[in-house]
Design a protein around this ligand. Sequence first.
Ligand SMILES: Nc1ncnc2c1ncn2[C@@H]1O[C@H](COP(=O)(O)OP(=O)(O)OP(=O)(O)O)[C@@H](O)[C@H]1O
Ligand SMILES: [Mg+2]
Length: 265
Amino acid sequence: MADEERVDIDVGLDEIDAALRRREKRRKDEETVKVVEEVFDYRTLLALHKLLSRGVISRLYGAVASGKEARIHLGVTPSGEYVAVKIFLVATAEFRRGRLKYILGDPRFRRVKRDIRSIVKAWCYKEYRNLSRAYSAGVTTPKPHAAYENILVMEFIDAGEPGVPAPTLKEVLPEEPEQLYQQLKEEIRKTYQAGLVHADLSEYNILYKSGKGVLIDWGSAVLTSHPHAHEFLLHDIRTVFRYFRKLGVDTEDPLEFYRQLAQEK
Ligand SMILES: Nc1ncnc2c1ncn2[C@@H]1O[C@H](COP(=O)(O)OP(=O)(O)OP(=O)(O)O)[C@@H](O)[C@H]1O
Ligand SMILES: [Mg+2]
């Protein structure tokens, strides 16, 4: 070995150990970065960056649930509160499986991609506005934190264990169905009096926590002035009442309850 290539070292087990751990750590970081890049598209990464730098969240963890149009991640705020981070999927897996993958890959259709992005953003903001309106009216629903691009941040409804999402009514057998039925009628009433109709209300969009129903997924909600609002309202009532009838609750006539609500307003 030539002299200039000789390196003077004097190390023991500790130094070797530390060096190995540093290298190991670097490798792990790279893995994380790779995973992050695979999971989120570029624009979503930019949006996440914004939410992190604004201090809306301080950490983002893995997905706890995924629906047709969005993934729900667990996040934490700078003050240590857990939040649900709903990331609406923009032309990802779901879309790419279909014909759209050819369109999106074609530079002539760049506009289509932009348009899809703005539709998804509008959908996200619509859900945020509806959620905020319902929450302000005292409806039992997650507290809204923020919406940015295709990301909605709200209170995390847990199952009593931090970071574990509460089950939907589809997934549990409620302990006091009669009480829950009364509460949910009240939620439908409050929503309607706030000038809103949920329009996608069912056991799939109600979380069950401490014996109470928590309404989620406000993306489809409409103002009561919407031409189909009353049709949607009756549909919501029928769906919820049917759920409780199956549990043996002696529900009233959906049409009767609907008429009552419409009259009260
Ligand atoms: N605030 C929240 N706290 C805890 N878990 C939540 C929260 N919001 C949503 N989730 C979880 O994520 C799931 C999907 O949420 P949501 O219904 O809003 O999304 P979606 O994409 O519209 O779903 P789908 O298309 O299946 O209706 C819920 O069933 C629930 O498990
Ligand atoms: Mg849903």
